[in-house]
Every structure is written in structure tokens, then in C-alpha cells.
Write a protein that binds this ligand. Structure first.
Ligand SMILES: Nc1ncnc2c1ncn2[C@@H]1O[C@H](COP(=O)(O)OP(=O)(O)O)[C@@H](O)[C@H]1O
Ligand SMILES: C=C(OP(=O)(O)O)C(=O)O
Ligand SMILES: [K+]
Ligand SMILES: [Mg+2]
Length: 575
């Protein structure tokens, strides 16, 4: 089954020169939307993984302008940034924008791409399937026709206990008023009655417990259980908004309860199937409780030939914090979803939890996104608060891979400005971190030799130490699946990392990785040839000049099994 996943050359037409079995290791090739087989000649291909791979890779042909002969696959934004700011001026922190009605036209999307959006996020909680499809297609069109490189992420709605307010836009609860929380379904609204969306919501709840709405918008004390429902008194007056979340507290502590609700609902699965059919790059899973849910989704992606899609776990519940390491290990990356996390843990704990999660992610080599309320005031105002700028800077200082806008870009009036604040603030803080590192070069925090592939890990640790000590201008890495590029990024080097890959899905996935500029290009088994060719191409574009120093890391696993795996570090000075 791994074969089809390995061949995920998204958007690239593949010419078959062999007579292939209809099914490769049980997976019907025709189910993969990514491949179009243009020609079949009679050459017998064995069913072995290597042979199938070889045949498909040899005859890769150009399509949709993505992989032109002798092209470097530079996206227009990185190319411009590099020309304007030089190697060290390339921004390292990646930027994710939530797309909503305020930025869904092709012009607005293009403006965001120009302003540095690396990943577009679609929150499946909102809007229709058609709307999401339209946005995804616009982004793909911009990438293909105008040379941008914006990845697409869908973010699942997730299962959680929340209220259904029917047609009401909000409900006000006064102090000491008596309310009834029920799972009974009814049309319209009834006075002092709140519908909860999950039958078992009151299981394990006792009288005297508190129901907290949206992390403190209002609080109710449970008076008694009535059937499946709860009769409650409002003890802290406030407002209930549509889809407000319920959490239960006893003696000042959250009742961390493993509900029977599956992490992925029926709607989530249907959104995932939709995302696969639209060739999205990332699935962010909401309200992850444990590693099993992530592993289950990854198994599903493998069996549907969609292994190239990366699965991100959103850390936004107490359960996910308790099982953090297992979840990080099981996923391809993490989103620190501070919005809902702030409902489950006291707000003052968020900064230290954020620091801990980013540290675990770096150790385990998984990209991490810091999300929610980074520039919340900019939903309404054209300038951020000083505190918001400090929050963004702190996330950059913690070496988060990416920062995310939510309402600021989705519904805000100043989305473009918010993105530009993220860009300038991160570039400034990155510079300051570099200066700091230079002074304390010898005392940099060491990363452990802890990952399964110790050779690759050690090569990348040493390569970055060399690159920083020598002060090289750039690091070049040649990578098929992106592993070496991510291991280099994990060390947060001063120079930028240019990751040359011949796999479109690897390129799109690396868009989330700190300090990596992913470039789609032809790669052959001849490493010297690859290096020579890419250097010449970059030189021809006027991006490197005489005496620039480049550190080259390569990890090309040859197609033919007869050859040995070739991993090396070289330093070259441009002549
Ligand atoms: N696709 C969309 N269509 C309409 N509104 C959206 C969309 N995506 C996001 N929004 C709006 O932007 C706000 C912020 O987005 P986000 O943080 O992703 O969602 P939420 O606040 O529901 O967790 C949402 O509350 C919603 O009002
Ligand atoms: C990013 C988050 O998730 P969502 O916007 O889907 O609630 C969050 O809770 O911070
Ligand atoms: K969501
Ligand atoms: Mg959330």
C-alpha cells in the first residue's frame, strides 16, 4: 500500500512505460485522483515496490507548469523576498491565515499570498461545502497559474459538548435565574431552556457542580438532575452565544471526562473525504483526546492513497495535554489551539503550556503552529495592542514553526494589515534571536540524539552547527520526503534552508516548517549533478554570487536498491 503514497507527485502527470497491475498491493491505482496515466507501452513490470517506483519516476512528464525542465520551482513570493532581502533576510516563521468571507475572493487570496501566507486554513465549522470547494480551487489556480506556493489545510469541526440556540443569536442569563439544560430536541426557543447537543452530557455530573460556558462567559450551579437534563441556577451572569461550549467543574477543578464522543464525527469524516478529493495538504483535527484518533486517520489516509496529506493534532483540551507526547509522536504536526485551550485550563497557564508544547514538538521533530487571538483586536481595529505584538514575538522567540490568524483574516476588516504585522514582527524577532545566538554560540541548547533515525539526526545536528559556526549563506538540502529538511529546521539554523525535492506533496508539507524554502525540481541519482545543476540555476537567477558559501546536505535514497544510501555534508564556495 505504501507504494501509491510514495508516488505522491501531486499534480504531476505520470507516463507509464510498464504494464501495471490494476491494483498495487491491494490499492486500485485508479482511485488516486493524483495520477493520470497517459500512455501504456508493453514492458513487463514486476509487482515489487522498487520496480513500480522506478517506472513511474523515470517517465515523469511535465504538467501544469509545476515541473519544467531545468526549473527551480521557486515560488514568486520567496524569489522576490530573496532578491530584496538576501539570504539572511528570508523570513523563517511560517504564516497561516484562516479564510472566511472577508478574504475569499481571488483578489483577496492573492493579496494574502503576496503578503506571505504560507498556508490557508479552512475551518469546517463554518460555511458550506460549495464555499470551501470554491476557495480551495481558487488557491490551487493561483498556485498553478501565478506561481504561488500556498498549502491548504482543513480544520475539522470536531465533537464537543455545546449548546444549540436554535434561531437565537444569543441568550442572556441573569444572576440567580433558574435554567434547564436538556438534550430534548425542539424547534425555536423555550424560555429558560438550553439544548445541549450530546445525549450523555450530564453523565457523571452531580448537584453542586458548576457548568462553565465558553470558559467563563457565564456560570451555572447544578441543582438537580432531571432525567438526562440538569436544573441549574445561574451563579455568574452572562451571555450564551451559538455553539457555546460547556465544561463541568467540581471544587474548582475541571471534570476531565473521556466522553464516548469519537474525535471525528460523521460530518468530520465527510469533510475529510471532501478534502482528499480536493487534494488538500493538511488536516487539522480538533479536540484530539489521544493518539489513537490520529493513528486511525493516518491509516485511513494510507488506505485511500492519500498518505501525502499531513495530519495535525490540535491541542485544545485537558485530555490532549495529559497525553501530549503520544499525540505529538503520532501526528505530523501540532496546533496549539489557544482559543479552546483557554476554556479548559486557567488562562494564566497558557503561556507556560505553550512553551512546553513547542519544546516537545521540537524534540520530537514535529512542526508546531501557535494559534488564536494573536492579534484579536485587529478584527475591529487597524492597529494591534502592544500586548498582542509582544505575544507574537514570544511565540517567535520560542521558535514556533508557524503563527496563525483566525478571525483577523476570516472576518476582520484589517486582515492584510494583521498579516503584515505578523510578518514584520516575526522578522524583527528572528533577527534579534540570531544576534543573541551569535553571542552565545557555544552555549546553545543541544538537541538530544533521540529520534529513530540517528544517522540522519546526527548529520543534521552537525550540519547546522557547522553552518552557524562557518557563517555560510545558505543550506541546501536534497530530499524526497522532506525528512532531512525537517531535521535541519529542527536545529533552527541562522542561514535559510533551501529544500530541493521532486515531490509536490513534500514541497507543500514543508511550507509549514520553520526556515525552509521548499523548491520543486528534478532530482536524479547523481548527487553531484543535482548540486551542480541547482547551484547553476540559482546563480543564473542572480541569487548567489562569487564567494558565497553554501552548506549542502543530501539524502538521496537511490531508486535502484543495488546502490547504497548516500548521506553527506559538503561545504562549497561559489567561484
Ligand atoms: N468559512 C467561514 N465562513 C464564515 N465565517 C467564518 C469562516 N471561517 C471563519 N469564520 C468566522 O471567523 C471567526 C474566527 O474563525 P475561527 O477562529 O476559525 O472559528 P471559531 O471562532 O468558530 O473557532 C469565526 O467565529 C467565524 O465567525
Ligand atoms: C484554533 C482553534 O480551534 P477553532 O478555531 O476551530 O475553535 C482554537 O480553539 O484555538
Ligand atoms: K475547527
Ligand atoms: Mg478550537
Amino acid at each position: 500500500m505504501a507504494v501509491v503514497g510514495d508516488l505522491a507527485l501531486m499534480g504531476t502527470k505520470i507516463k507509464l512505460i510498464g504494464k501495471l497491475e490494476k491494483r498495487v498491493f491491494g490499492v486500485p491505482l485508479s482511485t488516486s485522483p493524483r495520477f493520470s496515466f497517459s500512455q501504456t507501452r508493453n514492458l513487463d513490470v514486476s509487482k515489487s515496490r522498487t520496480a513500480v517506483r522506478a517506472v513511474l519516476q523515470v517517465e515523469k512528464i511535465q504538467s501544469s507548469g509545476e515541473l519544467k525542465e531545468g526549473s527551480l520551482g521557486f515560488d514568486v513570493v520567496s524569489e522576490r523576498e530573496l532578491k530584496e532581502n538576501g539570504f539572511l533576510g528570508l523570513r523563517k516563521t511560517k504564516l497561516v491565515c484562516t479564510i472566511g468571507p472577508a478574504c475569499s475572493s481571488i483578489d483577496e487570496l492573492e493579496k494574502l499570498a503576496i503578503a506571505g501566507m504560507n498556508v490557508a486554513r479552512l475551518n469546517m465549522c463554518h460555511n458550506s461545502r460549495e464555499w470551501h470547494q470554491d476557495v480551495i480551487r481558487k488557491i490551487k489556480k493561483l498556485n498553478q497559474e501565478k506561481g504561488y506556493c500556498v498549502s491548504v489545510m482543513i480544520d475539522t469541526e470536531g465533537n464537543q459538548i455545546q449548546v444549540d440556540l436554535g434561531s437565537s443569536s444569543s441568550v442572556k442569563a441573569e444572576e440567580d435565574s433558574i435554567w434547564y439544560f436538556t438534550t430534548e430536541k425542539f424547534e425555536g426557543s423555550r424560555p429558560f431552556t438550553i439544548q445541549a447537543n450530546y445525549e450523555g452530557f450530564s453523565e457523571g455530573v452531580n448537584s453542586g457542580d458548576d457548568i462553565v460556558i465558553d470558559g467563563g462567559m457565564a456560570t451555572f450551579e447544578v441543582i438537580e438532575k432531571v432525567g438526562n437534563g440538569l436544573r441549574c441556577k445561574c451563579t455568574d451572569p452572562g451571555l450564551l452565544l451559538p455553539r457555546a461550549k460547556l465544561s463541568f467543574w467540581r471544587d474548582g477543578k475541571l471534570l476531565g471526562r473521556d466522553y464516548d464522543l469519537p474525535t471525528l464525527s460523521t460530518k468530520d469524516w465527510s469533510d475529510i473525504v471532501f478534502g482528499i478529493s480536493e487534494n488538500i495538504d493538511f488536516i487539522a483535527v480538533s479536540f484530539v483526546k489521544d493518539a489513537e484518533a490520529i493513528m486511525h486517520l493516518r491509516d485511513y489516509l494510507t488506505t485511500t492513497s492519500s498518505k501525502a496529506i499531513k495530519v495535525l493534532a490540535k491541542i485544545e483540551s485537558l485530555e490532549s495535554l495529559r497525553r501530549l507526547e503520544g499525540i505529538v509522536e503520532a501526528s505530523d504536526g501540532i496546533m496549539i489551539a489557544r482559543g479552546d485551550l483557554g476554556v479548559e485550563i486557567p488562562l494564566e497557564q497558557i503561556p507556560s503550556v505553550q512553551k512546553d508544547i513547542t519544546y516537545v514538538c521540537r524534540q520530537l521533530n514535529k512542526p508546531v503552529i501557535v494559534a488564536s487571538q494573536l492579534l484579536e483586536s485587529m478584527v475591529e481595529y487597524p492597529t494591534p495592542t502592544r500586548a498582542e505584538v509582544a505575544d507574537v514575538s514570544e511565540a517567535v522567540r520560542q521558535y514556533a514553526d508557524a503563527l496563525m490568524l483566525s478571525g483577523e483574516s476570516a472576518i476582520g476588516s484589517y486582515g492584510m494589515k494583521a498579516l503584515s504585522v505578523l510578518r514584520t514582527t516575526s522578522t524583527r524577532m528572528e533577527q534579534s534571536c540570531r544576534e543573541e545566538n551569535r553571542q552565545t554560540l557555544l552555549h546553545q541548547r543541544k538537541l538530544g540524539a533521540s529520534l529513530p533515525d540517528q544517522i540522519a539526526e546526527q548529520i543534521c545536528n552537525c550540519a547546522v552547527e557547522m553552518a552557524d559556526n562557518l557563517g555560510v549563506d545558505a543550506i541546501f538540502v536534497y530530499t524526497r520526503h522532506g525528512k532531512m529538511a525537517s531535521l535541519l529546521s529542527r536545529n533552527r539554523p541562522n542561514p535559510p534552508i533551501f529544500a530541493f525535492t521532486n515531490d509536490n506533496s513534500t514541497q507543500m508539507a514543508l511550507n509549514l516548517q520553520w526556515g525552509v524554502t521548499p523548491l520543486l525540481t528534478d532530482l536524479s541519482d547523481d548527487m553531484e549533478g543535482n548540486v551542480k545543476k541547482t547551484v547553476e540555476l540559482i546563480k543564473a537567477k542572480g541569487m548567489i554570487k562569487k564567494d558565497d558559501a553554501i552548506l549542502v546536505v543530501s539524502d538521496i535514497i537511490p531508486i535502484s536498491t543495488a546502490q547504497t544510501i548516500f548521506q553527506s555534508i559538503q561545504v562549497m564556495t561559489i567561484t
